[in-house]
Structures are given as structure tokens and as C-alpha cells.
Design a protein around this ligand. Structure first.
Ligand SMILES: Cc1ncc(COP(=O)(O)O)c(C=O)c1O
Length: 377
């Protein structure tokens, strides 16, 4: 079947671009001498995680316990749950820890450490626990410069029932960098802070088995990962308009898009409606400061990833998308009712999460449907 014949809206993955993105990152990790631990929250799909590891099982990162259970069901046994562990989910963690050889949990608070240690001892188990470090993103994590952070690592290391797995940072602030040089500086500052903190811990007698860093935009410009052991990148198999705008990829690299169709014409309002809204696309606006015409994703034909320069997706309600002409009225005859084009989302992880299947295509021919894990909690 040709992709143009698929009912809309539906999620598409270009198989060649996906393979290329996966291969390039894996090869780069080898050259930089680090283990790849892809963040599978982007696609939540076993077939793609295998592709990221060159066809075999390997370590992965997840952001929900539902993803962890799904990948464990399919044989993945080294899984980092990279959100500060919610102690309300202790029973799920204990069950998963029994099933796989390496469940890795993240902490940045001593109460969580205590709860994990108590639960592990009470259930005759051992949890591998990693410490989340904040190297500038200022979301979760403890400062690598604070004496309390060293004390917390020592606490994990000496707590009964716990094994200290190492330290974890996330360069989410690389998404906000203004230039490629700034992004490279963020990547290098993260590496340097993490390696320094690991050395401080080692000097205090705390073994640090793993220094884990990463984000797709930082990795794209990283020149040196000396002292880091692994990289956690998530978005790169798909990429998206946001990554293309900040220069982490080109539009041609984007493997994920949504096939949509025109369902309404309103020439008096210079408006056209398509059959996807916020529930499908998400309302992530990306870097509007860099590209005001980004809207809620870049529009493209079925044939090419080059963004259309005459129309933009300016509004989303739950199931409607509003399209207007850029600087001139829409040429409605070019976009008849029922005609199809694609949207390259601003944030493919969020858009992909809205779909229960992805259509994998090669050339323009649909090869098969891929089924991601659904439900997120
Ligand atoms: C803790 C953590 N690690 C790694 C990643 C992967 O980042 P990216 O998708 O930019 O590669 C994320 C993404 O949000 C994350 O939250």
C-alpha cells in the first residue's frame, strides 16, 4: 500500500531515515567510547529499541514503570527508570526488580533512599540506585558542588539493601542554547562536572560504576566524552521540527511525521482545517523565538521533508488543526478537501505517544505497523 492511501490521521515512520539515525548514533557512541543507553520513551517500541542496539537487546532508559514492564516482558533486562523514584510505586519496583537482572532507580532525596533501603531489606532484595545530578537544567537532581550531594551518595552506597549504580545527568538545557557553540559548551560543562564529581566520590571511597549523561541536542555536538561511561539519548531515532530548528539534525533526517487530511475550507477567514488537534499533536510550541512560523509543527508534502513555505499550522483544539497562509491567502485549489499532507511535529516524543500504532514505510510503500507500549503510568 502507498502511504497516501492510509486513513488519516496516522503516524508514519520513514524506515530508511529511522535506520540511518539509529546507525549514526550507535557508530558515534563507539567512536566516543561510551555505552549507548537509549531513552525509549520517544517511541516506546521494542522493534525500534532493538534497532538502536544494532538488532540485539541492550541497556535502555525509560520514563515510566509501564514502559519498564513492557520492555521487561520483551526480554530487556537492564533498564534505568530515569525519573526520581516515586515511593508510592514501591510494590511495582519490587516486582520488576525480581523479574530482571538490572533494574536501576534514580534518586535525589534522602527520604527516597531510606524508603528504598527499608523496602529492599524487608523483602530480601537489593535495589541498584543512581544519584541524579543537576548540571544546569534545573529540573530534578542535586548540585555536584554541594557537600550534601557527596553525603547523599555516601548514604546510598552504605545503605543496606542498596547498591550505588552511579551518577546521572540530563542536558535538557541544551534545547535552550542560542548557538551550536553554546550547545557544545553545555555538553562539555556537563561532562566536566560529572567527571569531577565522580572523582570526588571515588576519592572519598565511594565507587562510581557509571557516569551517565545525555540529551539529543548535546550529543549532536559533543566532541569528547572522556570519563563518561554511557550516553542516554532519546529523541534522535525520530528527530522533529524542534531539533531541526536548533540544528541538532536537518529536516531531511526527520523520520516521524503525521499524515493528515484537509476537512474544511473557510476562504473568508483564510483558514483551512485538518483532522488532527492537540490530542494528537500535543501543544508543544518548540523554539518560537527562533522560528515564529514553526506553529504547532512544520507541514510537508507526502513526498518530501522540505517544509511548505505557503501554509502553517497556527492553532490546535482537541481534534481540529487550524491552517492559515503565510503572508498571503491559502491557495485552496492546491489543498482540496480530502487532500493529504504531513506534519513534522515540534516534539515527536509527545506526538508519537498519542498513537497506538506507527506505519513503517520504505520509499513510499507501507511495510508494517509497529505497536508501541500504550498507557504511561
Ligand atoms: C533523564 C533523561 N535522560 C535522557 C533523556 C533523553 O533526552 P533527549 O530526548 O533529548 O535525547 C531525557 C529526555 O527527556 C531525560 O528526561
Amino acid at each position: 500500500m502507498h502511504i497516501i492511501d492510509l486513513p488519516t490521521p496516522c503516524a508514519l515512520i520513514d524506515a530508511n531515515k529511522l535506520q540511518n539515525n539509529c546507525d549514526k548514533a550507535r557508530t558515534r557512541c563507539q567512536a566516543l567510547d561510551v555505552q549507548l543507553r537509549p531513552h525509549v520513551k520517544t517511541h516506546k517500541c521494542v522493534d525500534i529499541a532493538l534497532m538502536q542496539h544494532g538488532g540485539s537487546m541492550g541497556p535502555i532508559t525509560v520514563s515510566t514503570l509501564a514502559e519498564a514492564a513492557h520492555f521487561a516482558d520483551h526480554g530487556f533486562n537492564d533498564i534505568l527508570y530515569a525519573v526520581p523514584f516515586p515511593i508510592t510505586r514501591m510494590n511495582d519496583a519490587l516486582a520488576l526488580n525480581r523479574r530482571i537482572s538490572s533494574l536501576r532507580l534514580l534518586v535525589d532525596h534522602e527520604d527516597t533512599v531510606r524508603a528504598l533501603s527499608d523496602a529492599a531489606v524487608a523483602n530480601d532484595q537489593r535495589f541498584t540506585v543512581h544519584l541524579k545530578i543537576d548540571t544546569g537544567y534545573h529540573r530534578a537532581g542535586v548540585s555536584p558542588d554541594a557537600p550534601a550531594s557527596l553525603a547523599l551518595a555516601q548514604r546510598i552506597s552504605s545503605s543496606p539493601g542498596l547498591h550505588f549504580g552511579g551518577i546521572v545527568s540530563h542536558t535538557g538545557h541544551a534545547y535552550d542554547a542560542q548557538t551550536e557553540t553554546d550547545r557544545a559548551d553545555i555538553a562539555e560543562a556537563d561532562r566536566a562536572q560529572m567527571v569531577h564529581f565522580a572523582n570526588v566520590l571515588r576519592a572519598q571511597g565511594v565507587p562510581v560504576p557509571c557516569v551517565s549523561v545525555g540529551s539529543t541536542p548535546a550529543f549532536a555536538v559533543t566532541r569528547n566524552l572522556q570519563g563518561a561511561d554511557e550516553v542516554r539519548i532519546g529523541n534522535y531515532p525520530f528527530y522533529d521540527a524542534f531539533q531541526a530548528e536548533i540544528g541538532a539534525c536537518t529536516y531531511d533526517d526527520i523520520a516521524f511525521s503525521v499524515l493528515v487530511s484537509v476537512i474544511g475550507h473557510y476562504p473568508d477567514r483564510n483558514l483551512m482545517i485538518i483532522d488532527i488537534g492537540s490530542i494528537g499533536m500535543s501543544k508543544d510550541l518548540g523554539r518560537q523565538d527562533m522560528t515564529p512560523i514553526l506553529g504547532y509543527g512544520r507541514l510537508a508534502t507526502v513526498e518530501s521533508n522540505t517544509p511548505l513555505s505557503d501554509i502553517q499550522l497556527v492553532g490546535l483544539s482537541q481534534e481540529h488543526g487550524r491552517i492559515v497562509g503565510i503572508n498571503k491567502p491559502i491557495e485552496f485549489t492546491q489543498y482540496p478537501i480530502g487532500s493529504k499532507f504531513r506534519v513534522m511535529p515540534n516534539h515527536s516524543c509527545l506526538t508519537a505517544a498519542a498513537f497506538d500504532k506507527y506505519w513503517l514505510f520504505r520509499g513510499k510503500t507501507v511495510e508494517k505497523a509497529l505497536n508501541p507500549c500504550k498507557f504511561w503510568s
